[in-house]
Every structure is written in C-alpha cells, then in structure tokens.
Design a protein around this ligand. Structure first.
Ligand code: GLC
Ligand code: GLC
Length: 812
C-alpha cells in the first residue's frame, strides 16, 4: 500500500499541520481544559458539551454517518455562484489552499479560494464556558470582494442519548430566542433545566436562521443548504423539529483588507429562582456578561495568549533534549498533551467513544492521573478523592462513574477485581510527585453515602485486603467479572446475543477463575503500599502486607509459571489459560507485563524467559499483540475476548496500553535495547513517518488498538486518543527509559537506554525545585555509576529534594 503523507509536525509551534483535508480518517483535536469541552476535526466537524458528553451535549453530531464526520461548526462563504468552507467540508469545493493546525487546546483552520483567505481559530478560553471561533477574512486579490457569510451550528437537545432516539417527543420540544446577533437555545428550559446555550457574533447581522429544515431544505444536505445556495437567509424561528443557529452577514472587503468576526458558542446556568426575565423570556444577564468579555479581537487575542501561556507552563515541567526529534516531540509535547486529554475525558468522548456509553472508569482514571499528576497536582488530588468515594466498604468498586454527578454507574456495576489495586497506583504517584501525605487523612465516603467516611488511607488498606480476601484455589487472586482485560469474562457465560458481555450475569459462585495479571498488579502495588506504610511508621501493617506479597510471589512461582512464560489465568473450572497446553492463545501479554514489572522469579530466570517469549511470540512489525495465537472461534467459557475476529481488539490486537508494561519489565531487567525497540514501534512519531495511510488515525497521538499480525490489515489503528496508553507511554519513557523517577524524598535517577543513546538533558520541575539533569550514558544500557548535585557527589541514586534550582550530572 502506498503511504501518502497528509501532514507533518511543527515542533516550534507545538502543532501538527494537516495539509490535505482528505485524511484517511478525521484527525481531531480537543478544546477546553476543565468544564466546557469541544471535539474538532481537521474539517471543523465535531461537537461541544459542558462537563458531561451524555447529559449536557450542546451541539449535535452524527456518529458513523455517511459521509463520515457529519455535524460541526461550519462557515459558508458565498461569492457569486461559488460556495466554499475554510475547512473544505461540508461543501467540498476544491480550495486553492488548505491547512489545519492542531495545537495545544486550539485548532486553526485556513482555506483560500479565489483570492480570499478565511482562517478560523478555535479555542475554549480558560475558566470560561464557551468556544471561541475567531474568523478572519482577508482579501488577497486586487478587486473588491462582496461575500455572503453564513455560520452554522446545530443544537443537541441536551441529553445526547435521547437526542438520537426519542423523536416522538424531540420534534415538539425545541425552542429558541433571537436577540440582535445572538441566537439562544432554550429547549426544556421552561421545565426542569436551568441552563441554555447561545451562539453569538460580534457584528451586526443581516439575517439568521434557527430552523434546520427551513435553512437546509428537507432534501438538501449540509453540503448544499438551500438558504446558502440561494444566498438568502429565511429568518426562520424554530418551533420544535431541529433547532439550529445560523448568522448571515454581508461582507465587503477592499483589496488587501481583512476583517475579524468573533463567534461565540456559550453555555449558561441560572439559579432556579432567577431563570426568567419575563414570561417565557430567559434571563440573559450572564450571557451578556460572557459576551462582553470576548466581544473584540483584542480580548480574544488576550484570552488566547493566556491559554498558550498555560501550556508553556504545563509543558515546561518536564522537557528533554536528546537530539532525536522524534523522541523529543513526543515527550515534550504530544504525549503530555494526550495525557491531559485522557485525564479530562477518561473514555467518554472521542470519534470512537460516542459520549453516551461510558463515564469515568475507576481503573482508567487512576492510570490517567499517573500521566497527568505532574501537570496540575491539585486536580489529580481531587480526582483521587472522587474515585475513592465510589468505592464499596468491602474494597470493591463501581467500575465507572458519571462525571456530572460523580456517582457510581449502576448499569455496569462492579466486580472487576483489579479495580481496587489501581487506587494505590494512583495515590502513590500523587504523593511521590507532591510530597503531600495529607491526602491520606482526607475523609472519604463509601458509595458517596454521607456518614460513611473513613480516611483515604483506610480505602487503600481495604483495597489491598480485597485482593487477599478473594483468593482462589491456587491462592492467586480471583478474577471476578474481569481484570484489566474487560473481555476476559471467565465467570460470565453467554449464548444470548442480546446481552452485553460487560453486563452478563457474573456467576462467581463456585468459581475457580484466577488472574495472574492481578497477581502481578498486587505484587507491584503491594510493594508500594508496604513502602508507604513504612514511611508512615505503620510497621505492623507493612509487615502484614509484606507477608501477603511474599505469599503471592510464592503462589505465582508455584502455580503461575508455564515453563517459558507466566500463565494468564485459571478458568471457572480451574483449567489453565495462556499455557502451552492450550490450542490457541498460549501466551498473553498482561501477565508477562505485570509479573516482570513485579520481578517475580527474576532470580530463577523467569523474568528473562518471559521477556524473551514476548519477543518470540507476541512481537510483530507494529508492536506486541495481546495474545498468540489469536482465537479462531468463540469460547463460551472465556467470553468477549473470543468474540472478536483474529487480530482485533482484545483478541490478538496490538493493545497499545499493555505494551509499556513489558517495556517497563525490560527496563527493570536492564535490557535497554529491547525496551527501546518495543517502545519506538508504537511511538506515534515513528509510525507517522512510515504509515500514515495504513495507520489511518491521528499520527500525533497513540490509539488504543492497532490491528495485530493475525488481522486482515495489520498496522491499521483504531480508537485513537482516549486510552490508558497515553499515561503508560509517559510513565514508561519519563521514569523508566529516561529514568527520572519522583520519589518520596527526592528524584531517583535510573535510566535504561539503548546502547546507542547519546548524552541528554532533562529539565524537571519538581515541587518547589527545578533540576537540570544531564545524563552521560557512555554506551551503558543501565546502571548509574555516579551522580553529582550542584557539583557535590551524591550517595546512591536519589537526589534529595530541596527547593531552588539545581544542576545534576549523571554518569552511567
Ligand atoms: C479499554 C478499557 C480499559 C480496559 C481495556 C482492556 O481500554 O478502557 O479499562 O482495561 O480496554 O479491556
Ligand atoms: C469492550 C471493549 C473493551 C472495553 C469495554 C468497555 O469490551 O472490547 O476494550 O474496555 O468494551 O466497556
């Protein structure tokens, strides 16, 4: 397959520049950092929501539609008979120039046609509930240009799920108000909602439309809306059906002249007793105030500068210079950026996650915060408390919770027996980054029930206990509904295609299903927990848990080893999974990752053998597959994993998320060449160079899954953006490859590199200190020989923390 290029990195501006609108899949970006969010594709498709993509969807989007990527913020420019859009879609009129620059929380799309340039900057200003669209029209010709400009947004009736299905009601509820250049969307405001949205432009308008059918025409499309084609707005007022917002502006541009228009898509909440101005007239005070804050180019430019400054600060916390641009741009820009995005969205809204299915995952969000905690620690702190508040008194957890309500999601429920351990993983990362032990004393409820509060430390303790209290016949952890692999459903037996594997009854009565992945996870997080207890002077508790960790290690060595690799699990009946004795799926990646990270049996050569087996059986050109060989048929006792065709998703796809586990295992074993080889295979910048067409999805971020070697088209990517891969790639490269590891009392330096690595420098802000750390690898893959801190030799590998600026030299 010929590999075409659709764009390139611009590291200086921290942008990815797309130069061809017909990318193999919409390549998107995220706007907004805290409350108001938008998804935007390279042709301006996508949607906005407030906090929760399901319950507060502001604009409408059509997933999996024809054509793909349908719905967005569209500007139509009509000059004579030519109608075009700066982002090429939806009219698809050929442009003289097209460029989309996706940057840090902003996107700039520029199109040119017949001597007119239209450039739109999209972003969500800090702490404001709106999306700014600053459109600049410029006449680059020598004639006067008379243009007709139409804006377009379609409102979603708030609940994104019912918006797609309950048409018998929806077609009768839509309501809008029009005031000057502002169109207000107030559907359901008359009853229980106290929020509305608006679409405004900071210029007089010569017309508008708010009813979709009138604007588009029943038998026309976004590509040829009737009002635009005829160059005449209808001034329609929506009553029911599908409310939209479109402004009409006549623009005259002298040669060389340019004009800015600031469009604002805003969201407002009012107090219950202050909702109305008069009967049926909404209270617009807050909307007016928000508009006034952003009604000029100067104000917008200032807000944009603030956003850019925030990103400078965030990214300056960890910067590396290795001289390898492909590595540096991922570490310094895109990997960190993706970590922020996954922290904000968990697995809720992307072009693969529809925003209606899943809220915040218990395990997902704990992992995400490990990639994010260095950026804004207070938000990570709050997240830990939110997550822990959904835990049950026995240590079990809701698997997901809804971001708007922060309540556990009853549809999915709990019983994923790996979940509790992740709370330790997240909390320890937070304390090591910040030194803030006080979080352990926070009072945190169970299942959000007031009056049930215990300390966060107690939550950690019961999390550990939950594993020990749920051991199976081999004294290995019972798997429950599933462990990290949501699709290894060993206690859920289903022949009914109408039930979801994720919610099929969990028949754990009498089960012998045990997980080696949880065993490894328990040892890794158990060691962390023991170290934390010692740090707190809780020596009895440390000893108690050390004994449990030792017992787990013994159990893995005794019943979890298959000869060349770690087993994956035992099934309901106590039969081996992931063993040479199985016909298919003889080896799985998850247990190799976690048991090598836990270094179980390293002294007996188990770790080295396991890592070698990963290379031999799992590795392929595009990364390591999840299991090998792939399942070729459905296995009733295993559940969803065997439901996927070979090479996709959990059935032998390259599930990027778990590749870093093995990579960390490699680094702990000191095998820097192997670690690097695995890492660079799934590093987006390396894939970008070779496989833009094949890979399909955005080349600047990781995707959850790349089709594996058994698939029809190995190397094809899916499920980009929202994946634990982001945090794991970050954790792996920042702490284990480049070797800069926050610890309770300072920074531990312990790189593991390919022997070809050159000297490199990391600038790391850490609490109130700033370290400039230069590493001289001298051809070594692992092993720090000596460290100096501000010229003075340091004992061991931890630079003790002290505020201020420091220079560190490390010789390997
Ligand atoms: C998805 C889920 C994650 C799960 C993984 C493997 O990425 O978000 O929670 O661990 O799939 O099934
Ligand atoms: C499916 C997917 C898995 C995901 C889960 C979440 O099982 O295969 O990756 O984690 O759904 O509900």
């Amino acid at each position: 397959m010929e590999q075409k290029r659709y764009g390139h990195f611009d590291d200086q501006h921290r942008e990815y520049v797309i130069t061809d609108p017909q990318t193999p899949w919409p390549w998107i970006n995220y706007l907004g950092n805290e409350d108001f969010f938008s998804l935007i594709s390279n042709t301006a498709g996508g949607y906005s929501f407030y906090k929760d993509a399901k319950f507060r969807r502001i604009t409408r989007y059509r997933y999996n539609n024809v054509p793909m990527d349908n719905g967005g913020r569209y500007f139509y420019i009509k000059e004579g008979d030519t109608v075009w859009n700066p982002g090429w879609k939806p009219c698809k009129t050929p442009l003289d120039f097209y460029e989309c620059r996706h940057g840090m929380s902003y996107t700039r799309i520029t199109g040119k046609k017949n001597g007119v340039e239209a450039s739109v900057l999209f972003f969500v200003p800090l702490k404001k509930w709106c999306e700014v669209q600053k459109l600049t029209l410029k006449n680059e010709s020598s004639e006067v240009k008379n243009l007709k400009l139409f804006s377009f947004e379609e409102w979603c009736l708030w609940n994104a799920a019912t918006d797609m299905e309950n048409f018998q009601r929806n077609f009768s509820t839509g309501e809008v108000e029009i005031e000057g250049s502002t169109i207000y969307h107030k559907t359901e405001y008359r009853e229980r909602r106290n929020h509305y949205a608006f679409y405004h432009v900071n210029s007089p308008i010569q017309g508008f439309d708010t009813d979709r059918e009138t604007f588009v025409g029943l038998y026309n499309a976004f590509a040829d809306p009737q009002a635009v084609m005829e160059g005449k707005p209808r001034n329609s007022h929506a009553h029911g059906w599908s409310p939209i917002a479109s402004h009409y502006i006549e623009v005259t541009l002298q040669p060389g002249e340019s004009k800015d228009f600031v469009f604002l898509l805003g969201y407002i909440e009012n107090e219950q007793d202050d909702k109305w101005e008069s009967l049926q007239v909404i209270n617009k005070k807050k909307a007016h105030a928000l508009i006034a804050e952003l009604d000029t180019t100067e104000k917008v430019d200032k807000a944009f500068a603030e956003l850019c400054a925030l990103w400078d600060d965030l990214l300056n916390i960890y910067q590396v210079k290795t001289g390898n641009d492909k590595l540096d741009r991922m570490v310094n820009i895109w990997n960190q950026y993706q970590c922020m995005v996954t922290f904000n969205f968990s697995r809720s809204a992307s072009f693969f996650e529809s925003g209606v299915g899943r809220g915040m995952g218990f395990r997902d969000s704990n992992q995400d915060l490990v990639g994010f905690v260095h950026q804004i620690p207070p938000r990570a702190r709050q997240r830990i408390i939110d997550i822990a508040s959904t835990q049950f008194p026995d240590g079990g957890c809701y698997h997901q919770y809804q971001p708007l309500t922060k309540r556990g999601n009853n549809d999915i429920g709990g019983g994923f027996n790996d979940d509790p351990c992740w709370l330790i993983f997240g909390t320890v990362a937070y304390i090591k980054e910040t030194g803030d032990f006080s979080i352990l004393d926070e009072m945190v409820p169970f299942d959000n029930q007031p009056g049930t509060e215990v300390t966060l430390f107690e939550h950690l303790k019961i999390s550990m206990n939950h594993v020990i209290e749920n051991l199976g016949p081999h004294l290995l952890p019972l798997i429950g509904r599933a462990d990290w692999n949501d699709c290894l459903n060993l206690n859920c037996f289903s022949w009914d295609p109408n039930e979801s594997f994720q919610t099929t009854e969990n028949v754990s009565e009498g089960t012998k299903a045990e997980s080696l992945m949880i065993a490894g996870l328990f040892v890794v997080t158990g060691k962390d927990y023991v170290a934390l207890c010692k740090k707190l002077g809780k020596n009895d508790e440390a000893a108690r848990m050390q004994a449990a960790v030792d017992a787990m290690i013994a159990a893995v060595k005794k019943d979890g080893w298959d000869g060349e690799w770690y087993l994956r699990a035992y099934d309901f009946y106590g039969r081996k999974i992931g063993s040479n004795e199985n016909d298919e799926a003889k080896i799985f990646i998850e247990s190799q990752g976690w048991c090598t990270m836990a270094e179980i049996g390293a002294e007996d050569g188990m770790v080295a053998k396991s890592l070698d087996s990963c290379k031999k059986y799992l590795e392929c050109e595009h990364g390591m597959v999840l299991n090998n060989p792939a399942f070729s048929k459905y296995i009733y006792e295993y559940g969803e994993i065997s439901s996927y065709p070979e090479g996709y998703k959990e059935n032998a796809g390259i599930f990027c998320h778990n590749n870093p586990w093995v990579i960390i295992g490699e680094t702990l074993a000191g095998r820097g060449n192997d670690a690097w080889a695995h890492y660079s295979k799934i590093l987006p910048s390396y894939v970008e160079e070779k496989y833009q067409t094949l890979h399909k999805v955005e080349p600047y971020v990781n995707c959850q899954m790349v089709a594996g070697k058994d698939a029809f088209k190995p190397g094809e990517g899916k499920n980009s953006w929202l994946t634990g891969t982001a945090a794991w790639m970050w954790y792996t490269v920042s702490e284990f490859i480049l070797g800069i590891k926050p610890d309770y009392d300072g920074i531990r330096i312990d790189p593991c590199l390919p022997e070809t690595a050159n000297d490199y420098t990391v600038n790391r802000k850490f609490r109130d200190a700033e370290y400039e750390i230069t590493i001289h690898p001298n051809g070594a893959q692992k092993g720090v020989k000596s460290i100096t801190l501000d010229g003075q030799p340091v004992d061991g590998t931890v630079i003790p923390y002290s505020a201020g600026k420091h220079t560190v030299e490390v010789t390997m």
